[in-house]
Design a protein around this ligand. Structure first.
Ligand code: DGL
Length: 267
C-alpha cells in the first residue's frame, strides 16, 4: 500500500511545479502525482466558490487514487479552500501553501514588505489574518500580478516582453520602500531571475517550496507514512491537454517528461 500509493500535488497549472521540485529534493523516494488543473487556469481572478469546487474535485480524485497526502501547491486555492478540504477528507494529510509573510517581517529593515500574488489570495480573509498575526507592525504593499501567471503558463520566462512585465511592478514596490519581496504565488519562482534583476541583487525574494516540503516530510514521518527507500516516481496529469503539460513541465523541470489526463469525472 505504502509503496504504491502516491502523494498528490496540485495547482491551477504549472506553478505548483515550483513546490513539487522542492518536494522531490526533500522526499526522493516518494511517488508523486502532480495534477495541473489546466482546463481552469488561472484561478487568481475566479470566485471562491469556483476555486472550492475545483479543490473538492481534485481532492476526491486523489482519494480515488489512494493518495496518502495532498499538497495544495497553490496560494489561491489554499486561501479559498483548505478549511473545506480538511472537513471533507479528515483522514487525509493536507498541506497548503501561504505567502512567506512571517520570514519577511523578520527580514525587513525598512519596515516595508512587497507581496506579489493573485487577486484571490490578496483579497482573502485568510491572507488578512496572516498579515494581522505575523506582521502587524509592518507596512505590506500588495500587488496582484495575473500577467505573471500567464507568462509562466506560456513558457515566456525570458525576453523583452517578460522583462517589461516584471520590471514595472517590481520597480513600483521597490520605490515605495519595500526591501523584501514575497513571491506569494507558486508560478512566480519561475520568474525569479527576472524579478531579481529588476529588484537588485541583494533583495530577498521569499518563496515557500522548501519549507512546505520539510513540513510534508515531518507530517508523513509522524504518521509512519514516509517512504524511506526505493526509487521515486513522478506522474503528471492534467484536466487540459496532456501534450501541452508534458512540454511545459519538461521545460520547467529541465528533463523530458510525459503526461496523461485526469478522467472526465473530475474535470
Ligand atoms: N499558482 C497559483 C497560486 O499560487 C495560482 C495562479 C492562478 O491560477 O491564478 O496562487
Amino acid at each position: 500500500m505504502l509503496s504504491e500509493s502516491p502523494i498528490g500535488v496540485y495547482d491551477s497549472g504549472v506553478g505548483g511545479l515550483s513546490v513539487l521540485r522542492a518536494i522531490r529534493d526533500a522526499l526522493p523516494h516518494e511517488r508523486l502525482l502532480y495534477v495541473a488543473d489546466s482546463a481552469h487556469v488561472p484561478y487568481g481572478e475566479k470566485s471562491q466558490d469556483f476555486v472550492e469546487r475545483r479543490a473538492c474535485a481534485i481532492a476526491d480524485y486523489f482519494v480515488s487514487r489512494q493518495a496518502r497526502a495532498m499538497v495544495v501547491a497553490c496560494n489561491t486555492a489554499t486561501a479559498a479552500a483548505i478549511a473545506l478540504l480538511r472537513r471533507r477528507h479528515p483522514g487525509l494529510v493536507i498541506i497548503g501553501v501561504e505567502p512567506a509573510i512571517k520570514p519577511a517581517a523578520h527580514l525587513t529593515h525598512s519596515g516595508v514588505v512587497g507581496v506579489f500574488a493573485t487577486t484571490g489570495t490578496l483579497a482573502s480573509p485568510k491572507f488578512a489574518a496572516l498579515v494581522q498575526r505575523e506582521a502587524p507592525e509592518v507596512r505590506i504593499l500588495l500587488r496582484p500580478c495575473p500577467q505573471w501567471v500567464r507568462l509562466v503558463e506560456q513558457g515566456e520566462l525570458t525576453g523583452p516582453d517578460a522583462e517589461a512585465a516584471v520590471r514595472a511592478p517590481v520597480t513600483e514596490l521597490r520605490q515605495a520602500g519595500a526591501d523584501v519581496l514575497v513571491l506569494g504565488c507558486t508560478h512566480f519562482p519561475f520568474l525569479r531571475d527576472l524579478i531579481q534583476a529588476a529588484a537588485g541583487p541583494g533583495v530577498p525574494l521569499l518563496e515557500t517550496g522548501a519549507p512546505v516540503a520539510r513540513w510534508l516530510r515531518h507530517q508523513l514521518q509522524e504518521r509512519g507514512l514516509l517512504r524511506g527507500e526505493g526509487a521515486g516516481a513522478l506522474l503528471l496529469e492534467t484536466t487540459g491537454a496532456a501534450d501541452s503539460l508534458a512540454a511545459q513541465a519538461s521545460r520547467l523541470l529541465g528533463q523530458p517528461l510525459s503526461a496523461g489526463t485526469v478522467p472526465d469525472a473530475w474535470r
